[in-house]
Design a protein around this ligand. Structure first.
Ligand SMILES: NC(=O)c1ccc[n+]([C@@H]2O[C@H](COP(=O)([O-])OP(=O)(O)OC[C@H]3O[C@@H](n4cnc5c(N)ncnc54)[C@H](OP(=O)(O)O)[C@@H]3O)[C@@H](O)[C@H]2O)c1
Length: 242
């Protein structure tokens, strides 16, 4: 088994997750490239990164998370850094959204909580060390019309970050969040042009961010940032300073 520290990045086949996987590999991690449906993209990324390997799971299904964690034990022996990057959104104003759509977004909070619990119990608490980095969002702080459940999940993720950091007090396990602003990925690519223009007008730096710029902040928290804990690091071109 490899001697390299192991980083599990969820939703790593696409967008911000793929940038995090590349950056963490460059920092010397053996990356577990998690994916749900983007198998081909995951395969290509694994081939690109030294010692990386792919792991598949729908994180909304507890049994698949259990199998994922068991697979990580067998393949890599443990997880040193967990990047909770996977996310899901349905764009619709509240009155046009039904309960099924609400649940399909809201379940991601539960998924992140459960995966973190499993990784902590199985790996990090045993070693008394680790880093958990949650990818939240600027909209959890500012709100965003048409994205109410998503903004609730992302605000909740920042609260989860602060609560878990306090629960783990006294251990060398640090929990932080990175809250991206509007980043140029497939997720934002789906937005209509007029919505994009309105967003751009609200960004002091006048442009969308790049996935690599979010990954930089993740790499900092994964490898340095030894006295940063329970924090939310904003990466948003000045859109929100909270
Ligand atoms: N782009 C932005 O402007 C922006 C801004 C703030 C925050 N964020 C957050 O950044 C993270 C990455 O977003 P992105 O922009 O890179 O979008 P993306 O390319 O759509 O990535 C979302 C990822 O989540 C995974 N995923 C979704 N549902 C899943 C499930 N049930 N189980 C397992 N994996 C699941 C997808 O995996 P598969 O493709 O394999 O299904 C995909 O790789 C998300 O948490 C998002 O909310 C993005």
């Amino acid at each position: 088994m490899s001697e390299l520290p192991v980083a599990l990045v969820t939703g790593a086949a696409t967008g911000i997750g793929a940038a995090c996987a590349r950056q963490l590999a460059a920092e010397g991690f053996r990356v577990a490239v998690h994916f749900r449906s983007s198998a081909e993209k995951a395969k290509r990324l694994v081939a690109e990164l030294p010692e990386a390997f792919g792991v598949q799971a729908d994180l909304t299904v507890a049994e698949e998370v259990d199998a994922l964690v068991k697979g990580l034990k067998d393949e890599a022996g443990g997880v040193d850094v967990l990047v909770n990057n996977a996310g899901y959104n349905v764009n619709a104003p509240m009155l046009a959204m039904n309960l099924e759509q609400y649940d399909s977004v809201a379940v991601m909070a539960r998924s992140t909580w459960y995966l973190s619990k499993c990784v902590l119990r199985r790996f990090m608490l045993r070693k008394n060390s680790g880093r958990i980095i949650n990818i939240s969002s600027v909209v959890g702080h500012t709100g965003n019309p048409g994205q109410i459940p998503y903004t609730m999940v992302k605000a909740g993720l920042d609260a989860f970050t602060k609560s878990l950091a306090q629960e783990l007090a006294g251990r060398d396990i640090l929990v932080n969040a990175v809250a991206p602003g509007f980043i140029d990925t497939e997720m934002t690519g789906e937005l209509p042009q007029d919505v994009k223009d309105t967003i751009l007008a609200r960004i002091p730096q006048g442009r969308m961010g790049r996935p690599e710029e979010v990954a930089d902040a993740v790499a900092f928290l994964a490898t340095r940032g030894h006295y940063v804990n329970g924090s939310v690091l904003h990466v948003n071109g000045g859109m929100y300073g909270g």
